[in-house]
Design a protein around this ligand. Structure first.
Ligand SMILES: [Fe+2]
Ligand SMILES: [Fe+2]
Length: 256
């Protein structure tokens, strides 16, 4: 894994984004969209807010390989980027007159799963959350007319696409060391968890999706295709994904 390129990317990406000036006045989105949207965004804000302690513990177990020299630093920068998303979403939630959450059931389930089934499973759950985020922020970006929402979603979407490429590069190397039957089984169970998560998120955020004109089932299908695409991406180099523009990313994420 070329950890140097990723470290350089994360460092450069820190200063690349100009935060949108959020007006002091509330958003002029109609209440019928704003209320379900902000409730939904608050759940993603909570999801982005983790400290990354367990992920770093996992990373420390695998960094001994010479090809993973520098991986620890790259992961630390990745975690910082996720924490930045959390701060950005917090500002957006407040701008939309919403309230940030301390606890939410899907978030608690995700954390529980990550903590109880070993380190390999921990990173897999993280990946599935990234895949959902890709479809989610792509859909909001394309369907919501509020400029602050669109700018924040576009920024997060662009970063999430790179996060997936980052994880894919790591995972590709891990999987390539396993026998073919093991990889087939791994893909099958990954797909199963991915599908279950798509269904749960589509149901949990149904009011938001309906408010922006997206049927929850359609979101589930969209997010499921994102998962399939990721599995195919595991076979390809990451460079294509680093080269896409945010608009292209949104179109890819939402299959438009
Ligand atoms: Fe994120
Ligand atoms: Fe991410």
């Amino acid at each position: 894994m070329n950890t140097h390129i990723w470290t350089q990317y994360f460092l450069a990406n820190r200063n690349r984004f100009a935060e949108p000036p959020l007006p002091a006045a509330s958003s002029d989105l109609p209440k019928s969209i704003r209320v379900p949207l902000v409730k939904s965004l608050a759940i993603f804000q909570l999801g982005e807010s983790g400290g990354g302690t367990r992920l770093m513990r996992y990373v420390k177990q695998v960094v001994s390989g010479p090809r993973l020299h520098g991986y620890e630093q790259a992961v630390q920068l990745f975690i910082e980027e996720e924490q930045y998303h959390s701060r950005l979403l917090e500002k957006l939630v407040i701008h939309l007159d919403g309230v940030c959450l301390q606890k939410q059931w899907t978030n608690s389930v995700f954390r529980w799963l990550r903590n109880h089934f070993g380190v390999e499973f921990n990173i897999q759950i993280l990946l599935i959350a990234e895949l959902i985020a890709e479809a989610y922020f792509g859909a909001i970006y394309l369907r919501c007319q509020d400029s602050a929402v669109r700018i924040c979603c576009r920024k997060i979407l662009a970063d999430e696409m790179r996060h997936l490429a980052f994880h894919a590069e790591f995972l590709r190397e891990r999987l390539n060391k396993k026998p073919a039957w093991w990889r087939t089984l791994w893909r099958a169970q990954f797909r199963l968890f991915n599908l279950a998560t798509c269904a749960v998120v589509a149901w949990d955020h149904r009011d938001c999706f309906r408010a922006i004109g997206l049927a929850p089932m359609e979101f589930a299908r969209m997010a499921s295709r994102t998962g399939l695409r990721f599995l195919r991406r595991l076979e390809k180099p990451h460079t294509l994904w680093l080269a896409r523009s945010p608009q292209q990313n949104a179109s890819v994420a939402t299959n438009t």
